[in-house]
Ligand binder design. Structure first.
Ligand SMILES: Nc1ncnc2c1ncn2[C@@H]1O[C@H](COP(=O)(O)OP(=O)(O)OP(=O)(O)O)[C@@H](O)[C@H]1O
Ligand SMILES: [Mg+2]
Length: 225
């Protein structure tokens, strides 16, 4: 039986707007196992990013519980055990591509050859020639791929990617997924990808659909919003 990486019961998150609570996620109960490949689909505003932020331990639920049984306490998760690739651009402007990709290793005080690990992560996505560039010199799609290199560099147990191909044409998006899946193959790492792209969802082995904050797990072929 694969390790349980995340276990959530009745997980809810609401935001206050003008004193009124607005429900973003309602009563989600699920498990994420080692090796899972999950597509998180649903219309804009349905709660995908909210759920990913809770899964990363970056946000706190309004009610319900979430634990990381095989990984440990919430304060130990980011960035060593879980990587979160944000929906919005998240590279640090004054730092080069290489320095950005090295960040999780530096924050986690990872042992070993950091330069070699960064070079390997960039090579995974064919980004070697961007190593010395600054984020402002990159296209939106190149930034997304660098953010993905940063997500894999420390070999985390979970990668949570929030619309990682949103700025990419379909062939480039598929190439990114091919490289990511090949990289993760056999590692036991779990991957959760929020996406509006049916071709991305089709590459995963489970589909989790969110409708107005309500999570419905299914393995059916997706109808992506
Ligand atoms: N910080 C916040 N403050 C108030 N409301 C928020 C906040 N973040 C999200 N929401 C609301 O919570 C709901 C879910 O938002 P979320 O970002 O999770 O949706 P999403 O499925 O990721 O959408 P998209 O596909 O557009 O990225 C939306 O109604 C949104 O307006
Ligand atoms: Mg979102």
């Amino acid at each position: 039986m694969a390790d349980i990486l995340i276990e959530a019961y009745s997980l809810s998150r609401s935001y206050r707007q003008g004193g009124v609570p607005i429900g973003a996620l309602a009563s989600a109960t699920f498990r994420l196992y080692a090796g899972d490949r999950v597509a998180l689909i649903g219309r804009s505003g349905s709660g995908k990013s909210t759920l990913l932020h809770l899964m990363a331990g970056l946000d706190v639920p309004s009610s319900g519980t979430i634990t990381w049984p095989a990984l440990g306490p919430v304060e130990t998760l980011l960035p060593k055990k879980i990587s979160l690739v944000f929906q919005a651009p998240s590279l640090l402007e004054p730092m080069s591509v290489s320095e950005n990709v090295a960040l999780p290793l530096l924050l986690a005080k990872a042992p070993g050859d950091i330069d070699a690990a960064v070079a390997a992560a960039l090579a995974t996505f064919g980004l070697e020639n961007l190593a010395r560039k600054l984020p402002e010199e990159l296209s939106g799609g190149q930034m997304q791929r660098v953010a993905m290199a940063r997500a894999i560099v420390g070999n985390p147990s979970i990668i949570l990617a929030d619309e990682p191909t949103g700025q990419l044409d379909q062939p480039t998006g598929q190439a990114l997924l091919d490289a990511l899946i090949a990289h993760l193959d056999g590692s036991g790492a779990a991957l959760v990808v929020a996406t509006h792209d049916p071709s991305v969802a089709a590459r995963m082995n489970a589909i989790w659909r969110i409708e107005h904050g309500v999570l419905v797990e299914s393995a059916d072929a997706p109808e992506v919003a």
